[in-house]
Design a protein around this ligand. Structure first.
Ligand SMILES: [Zn+2]
Length: 242
């Protein structure tokens, strides 16, 4: 790795994507950190225009800095979508200064936004590996996992309810028959039977859910994960308030 004078507030080190430039001292917001320098290429010259490497820094339509030489330590600075530095481009002076746009702590990697063109051409196809994008990906993965769990739990509840409806249909008929006593018994029995067969979706669903509530809760406390128990608890609450 290249030697860096001790008075410089950075060093080259391992980063997520290879090498990167890291702060070794606190760098205040607004401070010039380093210059991005190299040979000036003139796009009007065929020979210059033919040069291709990943350290070309375009100043304007005509001028480009070829920053591929190792002495240009700024070339180690990686791209970030939410960076702590910026590239201050002065086309007329033909210079690029990397400047802190946040207070940077020792150990922090220094980065700047390479710009939309670079992002689209080089980073988007392989997936940007900057902190902000990694965080976004992580969040998406977590959300996908949670959604999967939720759907699984929902399917399990549905299966459970279906099973309970089969078994509970007889119980309900017995209970109702008992509660109604004498005269009402026959009627209640009839109602229970009708409930089992009736194609009236709304009534059936409501009834089934109310019957299913208790046994489901019991199972939730037992084998199922906490998330499921929570979902069911809120669902029961909504049932209760409805
Ligand atoms: Zn990114």
């Amino acid at each position: 790795m290249p030697a860096i004078p001790a008075n410089k507030p950075y060093r080259v080190g391992r980063s997520r994507t290879g090498l990167g430039l890291f702060a070794t001292q606190p760098i205040k917001k607004g401070t010039k950190i380093i210059r991005y320098f190299g040979r000036l290429l003139d796009s009007r010259k065929k020979k210059d225009d033919a040069i291709e490497n990943k350290y070309l820094f375009e100043l304007n339509d005509r001028w480009t800095i070829d920053g591929s030489m190792r002495k240009n330590l700024a070339r180690y600075i990686n791209h970030a979508c939410k960076p702590n530095a910026e590239s201050d481009v002065r086309p007329r002076k033909r210079t690029v200064i990397i400047r802190a746009i946040k207070n940077i702590e020792p150990g922090e990697e220094i980065n700047y936004d390479y710009g939309t063109d670079y992002f689209k051409a080089y980073l988007k196809p392989i997936g940007c590996k900057c902190d902000a994008c990694e965080k976004k990906r992580k969040k998406k993965r977590a959300e996908a996992r949670a959604e999967k769990l939720r759907l699984k739990a929902k399917a399990e509840r549905k299966a459970q309810k279906a099973a309970e409806k089969l078994a509970g249909g007889k119980d309900a008929a017995k209970k109702k028959a008992g509660a109604a006593k004498g005269n009402g018994a026959a009627k209640a029995n009839g109602e229970a039977k009708a409930n089992g067969k009736l194609p009236n979706g709304e009534g059936l669903n409501g009834h089934g859910a109310a019957l299913g509530a208790k046994p489901t809760a019991r199972k939730a406390r037992g084998a199922k994960p906490a998330i499921v128990a929570e979902t069911q608890a809120t669902e029961q609450q909504s049932h209760a308030s409805a």
